[in-house]
Design a protein around this ligand. Structure first.
Ligand SMILES: [Zn+2]
Length: 959
């Protein structure tokens, strides 16, 4: 069959993932097209090129950045950024892998979807690839004036310098490269800073010419849009090319006798406490069938994925290191490999850890715990079938999975026959298949390496000095002409970057109009039933055979220390074990019979301002295992055992180090929470449950545990007794209609064993009064400021917060200030506004920028079409596509918060009708400011300066 120049070469109905698949060849060029039809509205398109690098200059990565900087039909500075501003996209990005480059887009709106595809197709086939784009995205010498200091700049150059300064990513790269000494996978497709500077513009252009051709492309569609439209839309581009012979095959790495060949390197330590890290690595030489590949996933889950996994447990319990290192199974390349080790280990202990890894694997090659293996199999099967990717479109995850076969000229669909595959693997559980597999992969295999990273203080500083010295020498050897050329280039590049897009070109980017959007708010089915004193919310949604059940316990009325303990409850219930068995056994059963039980603490506000605080146990399970879930939940809720202070200490230590690791990447969340506690009660409560107060609480309890462990354990028990009762319980069920009755029955049985309990009023907490500095050892700051304005806001304030984030704050805090970014959060019911910057080199300057927001808004000029784009993007963000479990949970939260459909519609109407006048009148509210507060997380020097200048009154040391 032939359609629009495409020949149908395969067709399959895949019941396991609910799609009808057509596989085509474009006759003129040989382009491959996989077209999947499903009911899912979240449509996905992707075009992928096979791009094996021949060196580590990062050419594939630089090209990935550069094709998105203007094309023939859309000759703009950054069409990509324009799309982000005005589209309803649910995914828009590009990714470079060791052997491929992918350009995926997704949207639930069909018109928007095809707009995105057109811009992307023009970008990959007809990019402008201006030399200045290469300098900007790749690398260039920079020199402001002939006497100045020579430096190297470039977006990818800087990105990869960042990557190579993280020991974890160096360990990953080295481990992978060590296994592929004569192979494309032995290069870094992202680029090594030392190699990037060897890339020329001509090589860059010819890489595009060689590989970005339809004959070397893999094109993918997924969703509910018509086939004809798909084929016509790509034919417009493909038909302009003729066939071409392209050699981009990925060969197999020949098997070598490496026998744990040692690769040793230094990394830059940040303190003298830093320790070494290492991995052992095995290359799995074969091409695997889909079934063999899924068996590898099961093996990985069994070895390190579960709390009771033998390799994980042995390594952690050895106390030799702080955490596992290595990626485990790497399965996205043509050849899979396995990488495991420890970080935070003393160099002299590495051989002991190796011994543990090898002897554990050896024991397992003789005999495996079948219960644990079955738990691993079920856990992998559940993940594959559910395909719950959170915010990531499901169609995209199917594309990436199919490419792991398709790209190597194998059937892209065979992997998705889950019924058949998992049945076969299940049969193998009874045989000694996995024992033999371990023996073959780990012991009949000498293609193995060992990678060690050793800390060295001051390595960065030393490398920076050397680099400066090299550049200085280089400059000395340049002729006068060459120096002048660089100065001129630096200037020319700056004006190239500052050029404004021609409004006529800007208008070429296809955008949606407000009339293309649904003006009604989304309705999510939600029925509230009362089960004695428990509220049960039910949502009938398309979840297949999976039942999502959330149990939430209201924490109202708890005092400070009680809240700190309650914030730990979810994790302790799952990880302390029960009166019947230890936590390993319990968790094996959880993986064996369910899709997991996840603890969550959530603090919010009713629209009337009253705090809402719950801890949740969120679960998912196949309907056939509902009875098992009931037994497990009943056991957890009624037979918990908080008896072991040793286990409690292990968990709390892990929690504490989790907090400490997140101070830097997530400083803005800590600042925002802290700021909220200056303005409202729910902010104070969240601090105890989840914030800095909680962190101090954990530290305090860890010291108390040394003196009087019995008291802590007793207190925890009391809190659990107080909170786990039907009076405080809210149940949330997201389920297909046909399974509702059974699921509801399970809920009844679980609740019948619980106490009734009672709820008291919130005590009188006091709000945080001082402006504060939170001190960590960091070179960057997170600067936050909150304002209490006098009234509740209109929905249009959400448009304003987006306007500020993508406009004023972006420009001032990021582009000029050099921070990674800044954002603005509005509490529309309570009239609160919060600003926060992240990874900010500045502090006082940023606070001034926040203070000028009102002036900026008052003098704002905005065209109608700019305003329309903003409104569309605000709606897109507000109504971002969600999977059923997330939808059910969100609609329950609306109910708890009192956000009924009328109120939500009113907010959406206000967003739709936002005018420039609304924006200006919002700005005037700042004139009647009631209250403002500052919280900054940063290094000692910053905070001392802020204190000296009276911006903050108090400095609190975090670690
Ligand atoms: Zn990049």
């Amino acid at each position: 069959m032939n359609k629009c120049g495409f020949q149908l070469v395969g067709q399959k109905k895949l019941d396991d993932i609910g799609v009808m698949a057509n596989l085509y060849r474009h006759q003129k060029t040989g382009a491959r097209v996989l077209s999947l039809h499903t009911e899912d509205k979240n449509k996905v398109f992707g075009i992928t090129f096979r791009t094996p690098p021949q060196n580590s200059t990062g050419v594939a990565h630089i090209l990935e950045h550069s094709v998105l900087c203007g094309s023939k039909k859309y000759p703009l500075k950054e069409p990509f950024v324009e799309l982000l501003k005005s589209s309803l996209q649910t995914f828009l990005n590009a990714m470079t892998y060791p052997d491929k480059t992918c350009y995926p887009v997704a949207s639930t709106n069909e018109k928007d979807f095809y707009n995105l595809i057109d811009v992307y197709l023009d970008a990959v086939f007809y990019p402008l690839l201006h030399p200045y784009t290469f300098y900007q995205e790749g690398w260039h010498y920079e020199l402001e004036n002939p006497e100045g200091e020579l430096s190297i700049k470039g977006v990818v150059y800087n990105e990869m310098k960042g990557a190579y300064s993280s020991p974890d990513s160096v360990l990953f790269e080295l481990s992978q490269q060590s296994l592929f000494p004569n192979h494309v996978y032995g290069f870094d497709s992202g680029g090594h800073p030392k190699e990037i500077v060897k890339l020329t513009y001509e090589e860059f252009l010819s890489f595009h010419k060689n590989y970005y051709h339809p004959a070397n492309s893999w094109i993918y569609f997924y969703g509910n849009d018509p086939e004809e439209k798909r084929l016509q839309c790509i034919a417009k581009y493909l038909d302009k090319f003729s066939s071409l012979k392209i050699n981009s095959n990925i060969p197999l790495q020949p098997n070598l006798n490496l026998n744990f060949k040692v690769i040793k390197q230094f990394y830059s330590a940040s303190s003298s406490d830093d320790k070494s890290m290492f991995t052992l690595n095995w290359l799995f030489a074969n091409d695997f069938s889909p079934e063999e590949k899924i068996a590898l996933f099961v093996l990985e889950e069994f070895l390190i994925g579960l709390p009771g996994s033998p390799l994980r447990k042995k390594l952690i319990e050895s106390g030799l290191g702080e955490d596992l290192a290595g990626v485990g199974l790497e399965s996205e390349l043509r050849q899979a490999y396995f990488s495991i080790g420890l970080k935070g280990i003393k160099e002299e202990d590495i051989s002991k850890a190796e011994e543990i890894i090898l002897s554990t694997l050896k024991d397992l090659s003789y005999s495996i715990d079948k219960n644990l293996l079955e738990a691993a199999l079920n856990s992998v099967e559940f993940k594959f079938r559910e395909n719950n990717t959170g915010a990531y479109p499901q169609g995209l995850s199917i594309m990436l999975k199919s490419l792991t076969f398709w790209l190597y000229d194998k059937d892209p669909l065979a992997l998705f026959e889950y019924d058949k595959i998992f049945q076969n693997i299940r049969k193998k559980l009874k045989e000694d298949y996995f024992e033999k597999l371990i023996n073959a992969l780990f012991f009949q295999n000498s293609h193995t390496t060992k990678v060690i990273l050793i800390p060295k203080l001051g390595l960065f500083e030393q490398q920076n000095l050397e680099e400066k010295e090299e550049l200085r020498k280089l400059k000395n050897n340049f002729t006068k002409e060459k120096i002048l050329e660089i100065v001129n280039l630096t200037k020319a590049l700056q004006s190239f970057q500052q050029r404004q897009d021609d409004p006529q070109d800007l208008a070429k980017i296809p955008t949606l109009k407000l009339k293309d959007l649904d003006s009604n708010v989304e309705k999510i089915p939600c029925v509230l039933k009362q089960l004695n004193c428990t509220s049960c919310f039910t949502h009938h949604l398309n979840t297949g055979k999976i039942v999502y059940l959330d149990l939430g316990f209201n924490l109202q009325g708890l005092r400070d220390r009680e809240l700190i303990l309650a914030g730990m409850l979810g994790k302790l219930l799952l990880e302390m074990g029960t009166k019947k068995r230890d936590y390993v056994d319990l968790n094996t059963d959880i993986s064996r019979y369910t899709g997991g039980i996840y603890p969550l603490v959530l603090v919010d506000k009713h629209i009337n301002g009253k705090p809402l605080a719950y801890f949740w146990l969120r679960t998912k399970v196949l309907e056939s295992n509902l009875d098992k879930l009931r037994d497990i939940l009943t056991e957890i809720l009624t037979e918990y055992d908080f008896g072991s202070s040793k286990r409690l200490e292990e968990i709390l230590r892990e929690q504490k180090s989790g907090f400490e690791q997140s101070f830097i990447p997530s400083g803005h969340s800590f600042v925002l929470r802290r700021l909220k506690s200056c303005f409202n009660l729910s902010g104070v409560i969240e601090e105890y449950l989840n914030g800095i107060e909680h962190y101090f609480g954990i530290k305090h309890i860890l010291t108390e545990l040394k003196n009087c462990p019995e008291k802590i354990l007793e207190d925890l028990k009391k809190i659990a007794q107080k909170v786990i009762c039907t009076n405080r319980l809210a149940v949330n069920l997201t389920v297909e209609t046909q399974y509702e009755a059974r699921a509801f029955d399970i809920v009844k049985q679980i609740t019948k064993d619980l106490n009734v309990g009672n709820i008291t009023k919130w005590p009188n907490f006091s709000l945080l009064e001082n402006n504060q500095g939170l001190q960590v050892s960091a070179q960057v700051n997170y600067v936050g400021k909150g304002y209490k304005l006098d009234t509740e806001f209109l929905g249009s304030s959400l448009v304003i917060s987006r306007l500020l984030r993508t406009g004023y704050l972006w420009e001032k805090v990021r582009v000029i200030g050099g921070a990674y970014g800044a954002f603005c959060v509005m509490d529309i019911f309570q009239g609160e506004v919060y600003f926060c910057s992240y990874r900010d080199p500045n502090h006082i300057a940023t606070l001034n920028i926040f203070d000028n927001v009102s002036q900026e808004l008052k003098s704002l000029v905005l065209t109608n079409s700019e305003l329309e784009k903003l409104i569309i993007a605000t709606i897109g963000e507000l109504e971002k596509h969600k999977l059923p479990d997330a939808k059910g949970f969100e609609s329950m939260l609306w109910e708890l918060k009192g956000l009924d459909i009328k109120r939500r519609q009113k907010i959406k109407d206000q967003i739709f009708n936002t005018s420039l006048k609304d924006i200006k009148s919002f700005a005037q509210k700042f004139d009647f400011l009631k209250n403002q507060k500052i919280v900054v997380l940063g290094g000692e020097n910053t905070l001392l300066k802020l204190k000296e200048a009276s911006f903050i009154e108090e400095i609190i040391k975090l670690n």
